[in-house]
Design a protein. Structure first.
Length: 94
């Protein structure tokens, strides 16, 4: 049994494309989470009791829910509500 270098060379362009998509998604997620965090901090600075409770509930929900449950909600829940994930959506077999 030997290692098949021809297979590696034929799949290398697809691997490079996958790395690029992963980097794009990572950048989008980091920038979005930074924007949401800065918005929450700015809103907390207003010192409105009802707004503070809403923001703290959002943070507690995000921190105390397992990541897998959040991913299930994003993958299965949002399309059920009619919200599509756009160009990064995966194809599901029907």
């Amino acid at each position: 049994m030997s290692f098949d270098w021809s297979f590696v060379l034929t799949t290398l362009p697809a691997f490079g494309q996958s790395v690029w998509v992963t980097l794009q998604l990572g950048a989008i997620v980091i920038l979005t989470s930074l924007a949401v965090a800065l918005l929450n901090v700015a809103l907390l600075g207003l010192h409105r009791p009802w707004l503070t409770r809403v923001i703290r509930a959002y943070v507690e929900l995000a921190r105390n829910t397992p990541l897998l449950i959040q991913l299930f909600f994003l993958y299965f829940g949002l399309p059920a509500l009619g919200i599509s994930s756009g160009c990064f959506a995966s194809r599901r077999a029907v």
